[in-house]
Each structure stands twice: as structure tokens, then as C-alpha cells.
Design a protein. Sequence first.
Length: 256
Amino acid sequence: MQTVCIIDTTLRDGLQHEERYLPLEQRLELVERLIAAGVARLEVGSFAHPVYLPQFKEIDQFAMMLPRRKDVEYTFLALNRRAVERAVELKARGAPIHRVLTGQLATSAAYAKKNMNSTHEELFTEAERSVKLLHAGGIERVCGNVGTIFGCPIMGRVPLEEAYRFAQRLFDMGFDEVEHADTSGEATPDRVTEYFGEILRRCHARLHGLLLRGHGGGHDPGKVRNGRQHHPGELKSGLNRKTGQRGRRLNRKKNW
């Protein structure tokens, strides 16, 4: 029987753009409820500057509060040098940081320049520096991310060959896993099947390290909903890991 491993991103992507700050105690309650529901892999926050992402202004304290369980894995985002250093420092203090997502790349050079203010080579240089620091700091798994695979909101379609090349290069520099993101929400089931079939053929020895980030379409809820149609294509091609969240917006009427 085929199984699919899901990484729940409610606490990171689900809360990231909430206007009202969710206190640590209630955040911790969400973690405990997800674990009680059977979720074993959670993406719980980002080491981002609070000016840009105020929902994570207490992420250091939250990391130290997380329940320590052998059957649960916690993922954090660390998208720049200082964020990587914070992850390593907290790991040394005993925080249960098992997996870190870093090394975000876009196959579209225009998207990389506009949204990351970097060239491809600058992003790869930073990614290689980050993966080495994280592994040296005791992080068990380091994951990279390849975006704009099926299309770019700036320059349209990008050749899939770029995504294959980017994924291979991340593995070669030491990344344990690579996520593949449908940034613009343009993927169709047939394109997903074609893409992952080829990725699995080229990276067969690293099958365990291939994931689909399943919220394509940026922050457009319509495109997120449409992303469900991709699941059969992913399974058909052999993909068995996926990220997702319980809901993009919290119910604002709920008394948190």
C-alpha cells in the first residue's frame, strides 16, 4: 500500500500573515492538538525579523517550549545567514529543531532578483554556506526549495530543465531534501506527473528527499484550492511526501 507523508505547515504558513498576534500559549495548544490528531511532522515557525513577520517575534521562546517527543519532528525556516545562526544557537541550547528549510531558489532569474534581490549564483553560494553551518550545528536534516517550476508571475514559463538542474545542484552541495514549489499555481496534473517522473528518474537514489510544497499560487486561496487536483499526478509519479496546512486563515470569531 502506498503511503504519503504530510508535513503540516499551519503554525508557520497558516499564521504567517495573520493580523492579530497569536500568543505562545495558544500557539502551543495548536501544536498539542495537531500532535493529538496524529500529525508527526510540523513546520512551526520562521527565524525572520519581526519587522517583516511579527507573528514570529517570539520564535526563540516558542522553540524552547515545544513538546519533546521522539515521534514528532519540528521544522523551522531560516532564510538568511542570521536566521541560520539563530537556529544553530537554539539547537545548542536544547531546542527540538530537527529540520530546517533554507536555500530558497527560484528558477526564474527575474523572480529571484525581484523577490530575493539576488542572482542565481548568489543564492547558490548562500545556500551552500547555510547547509554547511546547519549540519555542523547538529541539525539532522536540511531542506532546500526550488520555486517557479511551472511558471513565473514575472516572466511566464521557465524551462523545466532549470528545475531539474537546481534540484541536482542542491543535493550535490549537501542538502538532505529538496522541496518543489508551484509558486504561481500554474501546474496541471499532467505537468506534475511529467515533472516528478523525470525528477525521480534523475534523483532516484535520493527519493526520500523529494517533497512537493503543496500550496502553489502564493497567497491566492483560489489557486490553493485548485492545487488539490495535483495529488493524483504526484502519487502516480511516485512522490510520497507533501507539505500542507489545516487552513490559510484562522476563524477570527474564535476566542483565542
